[in-house]
Design a protein around this ligand. Structure first.
Ligand SMILES: NC(=O)c1ccc[n+]([C@@H]2O[C@H](COP(=O)([O-])OP(=O)(O)OC[C@H]3O[C@@H](n4cnc5c(N)ncnc54)[C@H](OP(=O)(O)O)[C@@H]3O)[C@@H](O)[C@H]2O)c1
Length: 391
């Protein structure tokens, strides 16, 4: 495979970046394809776009197969632009490398290699063995990686990508001293949170939030403010509710909690107690995840929870929607990959509750540093997306 930068492309293939950008844009239209990655494909022949495809959801054709199946003109001899290396294994659907070979595609241009060890490099190798020329457009590697942070993190580290969502006032408060917190932010911010949920494999919360707010933590499509085109592209994936996960050391979650009423919920506990409390509840699974290595540590063991979510439930992206205690624990354990902060133009004052239980920061050197990756106004609120600065 030849890796090339846009500036190195000769005159005859000067339009390659345009087609690859389109492949990435198509992939981005898909909100989630869990546990698979979001992928887009554009096929050109004789300098004309003849097909486009994207991966709708697990069990549905991959982007390359969808494009080949919907081509408006001959694809033999054409060029396929794919945002991710074509797969070469038999999963829920057939290998894309074979489909491209059978269709007579002569050139494949990819943005990034597949991080999945079952694919990694093998898709490219199979295409080249069949005489197809394969190129990687280097300048699209990072943008393509940003489309699938969870898929990449799961395959590279064995845990999901953890996105922590918090809503706060301008003075960093989340609730009044009496616990009242509804609603700090406005409807537009809450609709945006619905999209974050829909993009996630699992929503993780703590028993404190379940007891205080009794949230449903489900995806409500009618609150998401999607365009007609987005609704069509995501019709299949939006039928699937993300897994709901409660970290509840002492099984304090009541059987009547609203979070247990729709879709599957996993409760990770440190309690040796049985599952009796939830014996009659539908779709609730209780798992022991105590901190065996440190019996003095409180709460369930976060690394094991995340490893279990990746290995057993194929979770790519998880959304942490919890209170100051659990969010503080995730930050202390260095398990937050992205922080999505909604800031309401309100001041709640110093009697109100703080954003995080995060103690022990005694010097500026101990402060947790972040870089801002996105900043925008959303309705009346501000949305800030941050990534931890790794030292
Ligand atoms: N502003 C926001 O965006 C936002 C979002 C969600 C919630 N909230 C607010 O947060 C408040 C609740 O806060 P909270 O701090 O009590 O609840 P929380 O952080 O959601 O849950 C904390 C509980 O999780 C359990 N837990 C299990 N394993 C843990 C671990 N390793 N580390 C830490 N905790 C672990 C602990 O209870 P056990 O010991 O019983 O297991 C702990 O008390 C509510 O008022 C809610 O409105 C705000």
């Amino acid at each position: 495979m030849k890796s090339v930068h846009n500036t190195e492309l000769d005159e005859s293939v000067i339009d390659w970046p345009v087609h690859m950008q389109r492949a990435l844009d198509i992939a981005c239209n898909v909100i989630a394809a869990n546990p698979n990655p979001r992928v887009g494909c554009v096929i050109t022949n004789n300098n004309t776009v003849v097909a486009e495809g994207w991966h709708i959801a697990a069990g549905h054709p991959h982007a390359e197969a969808m494009a080949l199946g919907s081509a408006q003109a001959a694809v033999a001899g054409g060029t396929a632009f794919v945002s991710l290396e074509p797969c070469n294994h038999l999963g829920r659907t057939g290998p894309c490398s074979e489909a491209l070979i059978e269709a007579g595609i002569s050139t494949v241009v990819i943005a990034m290699n597949d991080p999945n060890p079952r694919v990694a490099g093998q898709g490219v190798r199979r295409l080249e063995e069949a005489g197809i020329e394969v190129f990687q457009l280097k300048d699209f590697e990072l943008p393509a990686q940003r489309i699938n942070p969870g898929f990449i993190t799961r395959h590279q580290t064995g845990r999901p990508f953890v996105r922590m969502k918090l809503a706060m006032s301008m003075d960093g408060r989340t609730a009044l001293s009496n616990g009242e917190s509804k609603w700090i932010t406005g409807a537009a911010a809450r609709a945006d949170v619905q999209k974050l949920r829909a993009a996630s494999s699992a929503i993780v919360t703590g028993s404190g939030t379940v007891l205080a707010d009794d949230p449903r933590l489900n995806v409500r499509v009618e609150e998401m403010d999607l365009s007609e085109a987005q609704l069509i592209s995501n019709e299949e994936s939006l039928k699937i509710q993300p897994l709901k996960v409660i970290l509840d050391s002492n099984l304090r979650t009541p059987e009547t909690a609203r979070i247990l009423q729709s879709g599957k919920t996993i409760i990770f506990t440190a309690s040796a107690d049985s599952t009796s409390q939830f014996a009659t509840a539908n779709d609730v699974e209780v798992r022991n995840c105590s901190n065996d290595a440190d019996p003095n540590a409180s709460g369930v063991e976060l690394h094991s929870v995340l490893e279990s979510l990746a290995a057993e439930f194929e979770c790519n992206d998880v959304l942490l929607e919890a209170g100051p205690t659990l969010c503080g624990s995730f930050l202390k354990a260095d398990l937050v990959d992205e922080l999505v902060l909604y800031v309401a133009p309100k001041l709640l004052g110093s009697d109100a509750k703080a954003l995080l239980n995060l103690t022990g920061i005694e010097s500026m050197d101990d402060a947790l540093d972040f870089s801002i990756t996105e900043l925008c106004q959303i309705g009346e609120d501000i949305k800030v997306v941050l990534r931890p600065q790794k030292v």
